[in-house]
Write a new protein. Structure first.
Length: 211
């Protein structure tokens, strides 16, 4: 068995990187996949979420591991032998520390809060992924689909050589609220957020299947 590997990468903080990683992980488990997540961010936000999840007495529903930037390839090899999907949450930077995670990935997802400032910060991540020959998919976060700003930013992403996911994650309180409870938005019952995550999960799965 050889699982598929997704790297969540973004230089700028506040883009919703860990939120995307957590919700996508639980989205894949809802789709019947076995999932492992690797936290390489020294801030340890995903690790804190996972421990909160365990302390609240629920089944974790996925495997969790931590790694240094340079040890991530070993963790990926180990986990991808046993899990369908491996998701790597990386630090908010775009330098040599990100390269090992990118090299281990089949796809890099780049969360992008809908603003030109965030777009400028994203250029270096996209450039690094292109140099490592890793396909990228930008996921618009914390915005409203169909607005003039979101359309402008998405068009500029395409000009930079990356695809943009049809489904983004809107600016919804439920994402932050559920993470603080050791959960994900997809576990909070029927809601627009769950619809978003399920649609994005399906889109990412289709992209992975296409190679």
């Amino acid at each position: 068995m050889s699982g598929q590997v997704i790297c969540i990468a973004q230089q700028k903080g506040g883009s919703g990187k860990t939120t995307l990683a957590i919700n996508l992980a639980l989205g894949f488990t809802r789709a019947g996949k076995s999932v492992a997540v690797i936290d390489t961010d020294p801030q340890g936000s995903m690790g804190r979420w996972f421990m909160t999840r365990l302390e609240r007495g629920g089944e974790p529903g996925l495997e969790f591991a931590t790694s240094s930037a340079w040890g991530v390839s070993y963790e990926v090899r180990k986990l991808s032998d046993s899990y369908d999907i491996v998701i790597i949450d990386t630090p908010p930077k775009a330098d040599s520390d990100l390269r090992p995670a990118l090299r281990a990935a089949d796809l890099a997802l780049v969360p992008l809060a809908t603003s030109h400032v965030d777009l400028w910060a994203t250029e270096s991540v996209l450039d690094l992924a292109q140099r490592e020959d890793v396909p990228t998919l930008v996921v618009m976060t914390r915005g409203r689909a169909g607005t003039k700003l979101s359309n402008e930013v998405a068009a500029q992403v395409v000009d930079l050589g990356s695809d943009v996911a049809t489904q983004g994650l809107a600016n919804r309180v439920i994402y932050a609220q559920t993470i603080g409870e050791g959960r994900a938005a997809v576990e909070a019952g029927a809601s627009p957020a769950r619809t978003e995550v399920d649609a994005l999960t399906a889109e990412v799965a289709k992209r992975l299947a296409a190679g």
